[in-house]
Design a protein around this ligand. Structure first.
Ligand SMILES: Cc1ncc(COP(=O)(O)O)c(C=O)c1O
Length: 434
């Protein structure tokens, strides 16, 4: 170990004095000294296969050379600009290039730094332009940690506990979670989730009071839940009929994760507002609210703003990220590796009584663990044991789901066939030993 690494190891032992409990108590807090591609390098001298990719923020893997070069070049020109005070080319060029690939005419942007800021911006935009007070979220949705985004979050009560009262006039309706649906017997699955929206309109809040519905097209934090194909088109139709803006939170599903640039494309639905972050700048902090120019022009001067949002270095990294997507076959790799992973994981599920469901799109895959001795109840204990077993063997994974009962796989979209095979082999051995 170098002197620096010994000092780091010493500080790891004092982490509890240095960080808030909500940071140091997360799992596994693996001390790392670097990363490259699909690998993280541990302070313990080991190499770890990273199938979490910084919570899906490093879709091109760690330190993609073209992203690093673009960021370094930008750092030699301008690091901070404060948009409004000045305007720099990276933010305009990125807006132009991103606007070419966003769904529909969602090609005007407000730029922020993090996912939660994108959600705050989307909610504020919706209220501002509609003049309506209410927002509807979906049970299972996770949207961030600031007050507005926490108010629409309903993936786990722990995110809201001790923070009430949250924003008023927020309502939640069920998201179709087919695997745990009491009606899971055939057609009519999930008991027609749009019917609960209709009940909300009739019994609780008139649709003319609702500014927006916010939804993750595929639930992330709540367990990688893919809705039936008719759900999002149905939601789109209801929103359009009542003049309600439809917000897609594609902070996790966005940027290629599902094998398409945006998950909305895979459902054939264009929202009115799109919230993006995580991997858009391959690990540099950046987020965006996208909407049509017509809508954005109504979000008047002084109504919202940012000091760091749209940072030039992050924008340069995002432009390079788009180039890599265009030129290096990232989406093709995502689809191919995703299909291979699904075949292997379906086989694994057939062999293991602990895996109840394998689901996902592209390389956004969840394995739902069940307790065969308790009528298939969610089995967070099994997931924890698998996570720890995998980590011991050099594979980093992370849980999802209300009780940590879903194992999520989000390797970099650039993962090679060999790396995927290595990771899935480790996972299979660990599951077999359960
Ligand atoms: C769907 C979704 N929305 C919002 C957020 C919040 O993003 P951030 O942690 O950057 O604020 C996350 C983060 O996990 C997310 O997955």
């Amino acid at each position: 170990m170098t002197d620096d690494q010994s000092a780091f190891a010493g500080r790891v032992t004092r982490m509890r004095d240095l960080l808030a409990a909500n940071l140091y108590e997360d799992w596994p807090n693996l001390p790392v000294v670097g990363g490259e591609g699909t690998y993280l390098f541990g302070l313990d001298g080991r190499r770890y296969l990273d199938f979490v990719a910084g919570f899906a923020a490093c879709n091109l893997g760690h330190r993609h050379p073209r992203v690093v070069a673009a960021a370094k070049a930008q750092m030699d020109r301008l690091i901070h600009g404060a948009i409004g005070l000045v305007v720099h080319d990276p933010i305009l060029r990125l807006s132009e290039e991103l606007g070419r690939i966003t769904p529909g005419d969602l090609n005007a942007f407000f730029w922020g730094n993090s996912g939660t800021e994108a959600v705050e911006g989307a909610l504020k935009l919706a209220r501002y332009v509609t003049g309506r007070p209410a927002i509807v979220g979906l049970i299972g949705g996770f949207h961030g940690r600031s007050f507005g985004s926490t108010s629409v979050t309903a993936s786990n009560a722990k995110y809201r506990r001790h923070y009430e009262p949250l924003l008023p006039s927020i309502y939640h309706v069920p998201f179709p979670y087919c695997f745990r649906c009491p009606h899971r017997t055939g057609p009519g699955c999930c008991g027609d989730p749009l019917a609960s929206l209709d009940r909300l309109f009739r019994y609780i809040v008139d649709p003319s009071e609702i500014a927006a519905v916010i939804v993750e097209p595929i639930l992330g934090e709540a367990g990688y839940v893919v809705p039936p194909p008719e759900f999002l088109p149905g939601l789109r139709e209801v929103c359009s009929r009542h003049g309600i803006l439809l917000i897609f939170d594609e902070i996790q599903t966005g940027f290629g994760r599902t094998g398409a640039m945006f998950a909305s494309e895979t459902f054939g639905v264009t929202p009115d507002i799109l919230a993006l972050s995580k991997s858009i700048a391959s690990g540099f902090p950046l987020s965006a609210v996208a909407a049509s120019p017509a809508l954005m022009q109504r979000w008047g001067p002084g109504s919202h703003g940012t000091t760091f949002g749209g940072n030039p270095v992050s924008c340069a990294a995002a432009i390079a990220t788009l180039e890599v997507f265009r030129e290096e076959g990232v989406l093709e790799n995502t689809r191919a590796r995703g299909e291979e992973a699904m075949v292997r994981l379906d086989e694994l599920a057939r062999r293991s009584p602990f895996i109840g469901d394998v689901r996902g799109k592209g390389l956004m895959i969840g394995l739902e663990f069940v307790d065969p001795a308790a009528d298939g109840a969610p089995n967070g204990v099994a997931v924890r044991s698998v996570l720890e077993g995998c980590l011991r063997r050099g594979l980093l994974l992370y849980p999802a789901g209300q009780s940590g009962h879903v194992l999520r796989l989000t390797p970099p979209l650039t993962v090679s066939r060999g790396e995927l095979d290595e990771g899935l082999s480790i996972l299979s051995e660990v599951v077999a030993a359960l």
